[in-house]
Design a protein around this ligand. Structure first.
Ligand code: CP
Ligand code: NVA
Length: 302
């Protein structure tokens, strides 16, 4: 695997499978109370330009359980590209720590850190990608459905960072990915060209969620208004009406597992029924952030 994790697309099936297998191994060892302190004495700098519950906590707990330390750094304090150039911050951090995890507004910021830090950099979400989330999601799907191949994965909502990383994962693992979205919220032409060039198939986009979900094994959604898009909230609330995972949409996809990266905006993209029904595996996804990230940290910093 590469020395940094910036996107899902950089992985191949072997790299992806190795991470998931290692995550499963670490999860089982943890359940049996066997310590795995392979990062003893190592420090992960965790830079956050945006809020977080799962990403911050799971990385911090992961580092602690692996015998190392996670150091939380507020983006406002560092002022990446504002107080100091990204390349200078990168080089300084690289002198102190053995790895960097960054949640940033622009992909170019995390890419700049990776280019200059001299230590592994992990993308903890940017405007384009959320690879750590998707590794946890793949682990969760594999646990519940026993495979990652030949599945119908339907994403209802915004063709944003989570959807893009999930689409990339499905194409790598050999599953079908469908995006049900209103016009204007799909993948860009550049994304579609990239999907087509890399894997020989563009991602299917449909504007009718009722039609899109038929035959789904997995139904995934994410917020309509992502962090950094708050000024568009009113327009998005209007444009995404009907793209909600609720009882009536789930009736069209009986048995489909319901997934959400969280945080959920209940009664926008998903209802209480969507979150709480017996096919929801949302909180398993949240737990698996810990195990999947431990695997990434062990492979990159171990
Ligand atoms: N899913 C996810 O990344 O959650 P946080 O924003 O709370 O980290
Ligand atoms: N698309 C969401 C994901 C949050 C985990 C966002 O970027 O805010």
């Amino acid at each position: 695997m590469a020395t940094s994790l910036l996107t899902i697309r950089q992985l191949d099936v072997a790299g992806l499978t190795d991470l998931l297998d290692h995550a499963t191994y670490l999860k089982e060892r943890r359940a049996r109370g066997i310590p795995e302190t392979r990062l003893a004495g190592k420090t992960l700098a965790m830079v956050f330009e945006k809020p977080s519950l799962r990403t911050r906590l799971s990385f911090e707990v992961a580092m602690s359980e692996l015998g190392g330390q996670g150091l939380y750094i507020r983006g406002e304090e560092v002022g990446l590209g504002v107080r100091e150039e990204v390349r200078d911050v990168a080089r300084v951090l690289g002198r102190y720590v053995q790895g960097i995890m960054a949640r940033v507004f622009k992909h170019s910021t995390v890419a700049g850190l990776a280019e200059h830090a001299g230590v592994p950099v992990i993308n903890g979400l940017c405007d384009q990608h959320h690879p750590c989330q998707i590794l946890a999601d793949l682990l969760t799907i594999r646990e519940h459905l026993g495979t990652l191949k030949d599945l119908n994965v339907v994403f209802v909502g915004d063709g944003n960072n989570v959807a893009r990383s999930l689409a990339q994962a499905c194409i790598i693992t050999g599953s079908r990915f469908v995006l049900a979205r209103p016009a204007g919220y799909g993948f860009s032409a550049a994304d579609q060209a990239d999907f087509g060039a890399a894997w020989g198939s563009q991602v299917v986009e449909i504007d009718d969620p009722q039609r899109a979900v038929a035959g789904a094994h997995v139904l995934y959604t994410d917020v309509w208004t992502s962090m950094g898009q708050e000024s568009e909230k009113a327009a998005r609330l209007r444009d995404f009406q009907g793209y909600q995972i609720n009882e009536s949409l789930l009736a069209k996809a009986p048995g489909a597992k319901v997934m959400h990266c969280l945080p959920a905006h209940r009664n926008e993209e998903i209802t209480d029924f969507g979150v709480e029904n017996p096919n929801s595996i949302i909180f398993d996804q949240a737990e698996n952030r810990l195990h999947a990230q431990k695997a990434v940290l062990s492979r990159l910093m171990g």
